[in-house]
Design a protein around this ligand. Sequence first.
Ligand code: 13P
Length: 293
Amino acid sequence: MGAGASTGISEAVTAASAADMAAAVAALPDAEKAKIIAALTAGKRKNVIGGNWKCNPASMADVKSLCAAFKEAKFDTSKVDVVICACNVHAVAAKEALGDCGIEVGIQNISKTGMGAFTGEVPVAMAVDMGFKWCLIGHSERRSLYGETTDDTVEKLKVAQAGGMSIMFCIGESLAEREGGKTDEVNKSQLDAALPLVTDWDKFVIAYEPVWAIGTGKVATPEQAQETQRNIRKFVEEKCGADKAAKVRIQYGGSASPDNVENLSANPDIDGFLVGGASLKPTFVKMIEHLGK
Ligand code: 13P
């Protein structure tokens, strides 16, 4: 392309409103549109890393020593959101131990019901009142071990959003589904009803966690994770438009660790991680620092 053509582009861009430019990009063929969106958004999404402690660690002493280690992390809060999802009985203590170091504490399983006679649940209003800003919804262990349905995840999304919480919405396929070529179909089915209900795309994060990679040490290859997450982003575009697709943050989860953080996060559609086992070690700091520099 000669100098004349690039001058033409810069003049046209200067003269156009944001709406004109969005309309011009929207009218292009999909492949061209994707290139422009990728160029405009490259490096602009803020990373997000969650430590999902599940039902760990065993003692309050361990909670305190992990939090003390994490407090030492050097990271730029404008580059990464860091959230530890502690077990409910530890959450308040973890929050106190982390203080104002920039690491938030989240709820692993927010309730779809409110306050009142709902034994064993953690309602949004109570979580928010206690200062918890983040929650997980639809973790595969909730789905497979406790019968959480896609409808449940949608109900939870509605109440969590209404309460102003930020959400890591977990999806992902089983080994049989991947081997059967159903990965994208499963991810779409887990997102289909939720996506049109999202009201704040800064507070809605998709956590792609292939079930076969969770707790197995069998991490997805960077190519597998990137390809799947690219397809998830394309589905967000189909359902909600290119601007939402460019904005939504997509985490990878499943045996993510300091050893693979660099190769995975180098991919354009991987905006962070949801980490289980590796978030229960002081070396989790390395993952935070990699994303937050
Ligand atoms: P692991 O990192 O232990 O595989 O767990 C992933 C996970 O389930 C996070 O939610």
